[in-house]
Design a protein around this ligand. Structure first.
Ligand code: VG1
Ligand code: CO
Length: 542
């Protein structure tokens, strides 16, 4: 039986960089999730009888919202729901399922790298039929609807059994519980030379993967241990937990510290990697070398042709604006297009759909390709392994040779988390006010060449996205970028991105923070970070 329930709007349901993210207690308010899901459906057209994919990263509240979403999909007229067993689908796996089964779209429940648990974070994101995050015109329509919503529809039925694969029926809609891993593993096998990687591993090459008690555990177990033959124990923290074991499922040098230390030890394995809460990010560490995500994008792009799925070469590379220019040099050498987009995977969708870009990446540990429409953590790890298997060199050797060929883009991001919102907004406003006066000014040996607030004109649908980050470019190619995070759930997070290009191989062995020290000081001088936020140091340096 379908029920129409009267409701009142919540003012704060504006999707950010990647869907709506809030603390769990916010989502537990009466009708909060229902309002947002109904707003998604109300913003869409033409889904009657169509398929909707639903899955999440297994965090606290995942199962409850999945039941709500299934019952609301039935009441709103979808014909079929595909849901991952246990309510689990990694973000890239969900993207694949949407594409493979030609679904109308999907609802992905995740707050990605943010902590989980009763007082931590939850999120809901809508993905369109290409498998990618909804573009801004859709998220704007969802938000607009959420502001005036007065009813939602839901089927009054018992909960669906999420733990047994197979098909059930509710109110004229079929619900099929699918294996969350198999379609994804098949896709990976179609892209990479699993034989070559198996041979590498059976020859004694040691790989460790930290699933951080998040969604990639079952995927990594199946692919790395079962299909590629890595010894049992190579995949660590492989059981997805609702609170990620109390950890931050963020694969960076702070939250994946133990892996980093393992990889820097004298008896380190050959290759270490980790992924985040929902499986779309990657951390890649070779023995003795952390590969910074911007470099990883460039190195993967330069070597992708060594994997069967990319043997024909790349059509183009896309990166988010704050991501370093390392990939630009690879694109230049390959003679292919380079696209610079705002932060967030949704901006890559059109370029991938149009065949303009094959590989995309963000400095925030996100890399992916046209195989799905999300960034994909395990994909990046497998592409690295494929390249290592073919080149028969270590990650360290590959990185050194890459820098010798292209030069090195020293790069770091400094995050100031949970800063007072007014202080953060004031800082950005003050930067905007300086944009016209900065060019030509000198700070020590650094002279500002240009300064602007990044705006993106989508070359496919010609939509314009403004205010995407303050860029200050110095003569010689160094730069600092400032923007506020769109994924946080308390206060504001200021991100400062710092980059310097170094062509001289004799200077490729400097500590990153040291190589950027003068730029870090100038960033503070221009933005007044310390005085405005009261912080003397960033919370996280990556
Ligand atoms: C952050 C990253 C961005 C990424 C987004 C979603 O956004 O900077 O590059 O696309 O998270 O990643 P922001 O607005 O906080 O800077 V995930 O792994 O949360 O889906
Ligand atoms: Co993520």
């Amino acid at each position: 039986m379908i029920r129409t329930v009267t409701t009142t709007p919540y003012g704060d349901q504006k999707p950010g960089t990647s869907g709506l993210r809030k603390k769990v207690p916010v989502f537990q308010q009466k009708n909060y999730a229902e309002n947002f899901i109904q707003s998604i459906f109300d913003a869409l057209e033409g889904f009657a009888g169509q398929t909707l994919v639903i899955g999440g990263d297994g965090r606290f509240y995942n199962r409850e919202v999945i039941q709500i979403a299934i019952k609301m999909a039935a009441a709103n007229g979808f014909g079929r729901v595909l849901v991952g067993r246990g309510g689990i689908l990694s973000t890239p796996a969900a993207s694949n399922v949407i594409r493979k089964y030609e679904a109308f779209g999907g609802i992905v429940l995740s707050a990605s790298h943010n902590p989980g648990g009763p007082t931590e974070d939850f999120g809901i994101k809508y993905n369109i039929g290409n498998g990618g995050p909804a573009p801004e015109k859709v998220t704007d329509a969802i938000y607009a609807r959420s502001q005036v919503i007065d009813t939602y529809k839901i089927s009054d039925v018992a909960d669906v059994n999420l733990d047994a694969e197979g098909t059930q029926e509710i109110d004229g809609m079929t619900v099929t519980v699918i294996d969350p891993v198999s379609d994804y593993a098949t896709l990976m096998e179609s892209l990479f030379d699993f034989d070559a990687i198996r041979k590498l591993i059976s020859g004694g090459f040691r790989v460790v993967f930290d699933a951080m008690s998040a969604v990639t555990g079952p995927y990594a177990k199946e692919i790395i241990e079962k299909r590629l033959g890595a010894p049992k124990g190579s995949v660590m923290n492989f059981i997805p937990l609702p609170d990620f074991g109390g950890h931050h499922p963020d694969p960076n040098l702070v939250h994946a510290r133990a892996l980093y230390e393992t990889m820097m030890a004298p008896d380190a394995p050959d290759f270490g990697a980790a992924s985040d809460g929902d499986g779309d990010r990657n951390l890649v560490i070779g023995r003795g070398i952390f590969i910074t995500p911007s470099d990883s994008l460039a190195m993967l792009a330069a070597n992708a042709h060594l994997a069967p799925g990319y043997a024909k070469g790349l059509a183009g590379i896309a990166r988010s604006m704050p991501t370093s220019g390392a990939a630009d040099r690879v694109a230049e050498k390959l003679g292919i297009g380079l696209y610079e987009t705002p932060t967030g995977w949704k901006f890559f969708g059109n370029l991938l759909d149009e065949g303009m870009a094959t590989i995309c990446g963000e400095e925030s540990a996100g890399t992916g390709s046209n195989h799905v429409r999300e960034k994909d953590g395990l994909w990046a790890v497998l592409l690295w392994l494929n390249i290592l298997a073919v080149r028969k060199e270590s990650a360290l050797e590959i990185a050194r040779k890459h820098w010798a060929t292209y030069g090195r883009n020293y790069y770091s991001r400094h995050d100031y988390e949970e800063v007072d919102s007014d202080a953060a907004n004031g800082l950005v406003a003050a930067l905007r006010d300086q944009l016209s006066t900065l060019p030509g000014k000198s700070f020590g040996a650094l002279k500002v060449a240009t300064a602007d607030d990044f705006a993106y004109n989508d070359p496919v649908d010609h939509s314009v996205s403004k205010n995407q980050g303050i860029r200050i470019l110095f003569e010689g190619g160094s730069r600092v970028v400032f923007r506020l995070s769109g994924t946080g759930t308390s206060g504001a997070t200021l991100r400062v991105y710092i980059e310097r290009f170094e062509p001289d191989p004799a200077r490729h062995d400097i500590d990153t923070q040291e190589a950027l020290a003068d730029l870090i000081l100038v960033a503070d001088e221009i933005a007044g970070i310390k005085t405005r936020t009261g912080r003397t140091e960033p919370s996280v340096i990556t």
